[in-house]
Ligand binder design. Sequence first.
Ligand code: H2U
Ligand code: ZN
Length: 356
Amino acid sequence: MQRKKSELDLSLHPHRRFNPLTGEWILVSPHRTQRPWQGKVEDVPAETKPEYDPACYLCPGNARAGDARNPPYTSTFVFDNDFGSLLPSTPRGRYTRGSLILAEGEAGVSRVVCFSPRHDRTLAEMDREETRNVVDVLAEEYRSLGSLPYIRHVQIFENKGAMMGCSNPHPHCQIWAERTVPVEPAKEARRMLAYRRARGRCLLCDYVSLELKLAERIVCVNEGFAVIVPFWAVWPFETIVVSRRHYGSLTGMREEERDEFADIIRRIAVRYDNLFRISFPYSSGIHQSPTDGKKHPESHFHMHFFPPLLRSATVRKFMVGYEMLANPQRDITAESAAARLRDISEVHYRRCPASE
Ligand code: H2U
Ligand code: ZN
């Protein structure tokens, strides 16, 4: 069918897309990439990591900073960050100079969670049971940190790959729990609350059912979750993992939903690795209800994956120029990124080297 000249074609015309979760816009310039992805894989040296690295400060039994030493742990291992960005004992004082200069003490807890004793096993390569164990540990951390009277928000995140500033290849994530709700989750919370007040429904419940119906940006699904390249994606291959049932946190999940969450994060992690046959770099994080003791019927459990890519597997994306001064911009559309991720195998490339 011939399109009218005036009709907006999202795969052709520069356009703005709205992010209902943050209330912000992004600029999409699809005409700059007529192909789905112009990136080539540069020569990334094949990584072969040992199961155990005597020099790794996260491996079992090894020394950490200061006097600390890891126990000979056999599954997941959680410890207080030796260089925590947030500290429990921080005074709550305020500092002001007029109305324009303002600071507040921010108390909190920083932790590191090693996914497993294996130095070489990322989420993509862990088995079902190990991933499920990570989910259980994260749920317990959210519950126990969130129940501290002064903690109002628990941010779980993973920086994966040196490109993302991850200081150690041993698979791990971090938890920063603090007295106030930080900027990004606060933005999303305001939007989810406003949507619920205006329509009496949940923003992400409506979004996930709309995307399942349209089926243009879905990467993979199971009973409990959908992985979507969000319509407003900024980062190439950015995804959002949304629960299909409405609840606000890991502690709101049913038993089987914990298994389904473990399943879906393993599957998207495998797809990412298979995209360029590298251990794929990203920052990911889970957004959950604030832990301020109030009910949050507006908040809907989800996880973001933000890959730092620009033109290829190894060229890192920085927000520069227009993006620093105006708003984010991207060339690859959410639809073409979703198609690429959807077509990729869920068998990790390292497990089937002969087949390709
Ligand atoms: P990355 O996720 O950015 O790699 O950070 C790992 C954390 O491990 C980092 O926050 C902590 C660093 O402070 N760490 C320790 O707690 N003890 C150590 O002995 C080294 C690193
Ligand atoms: Zn290690």
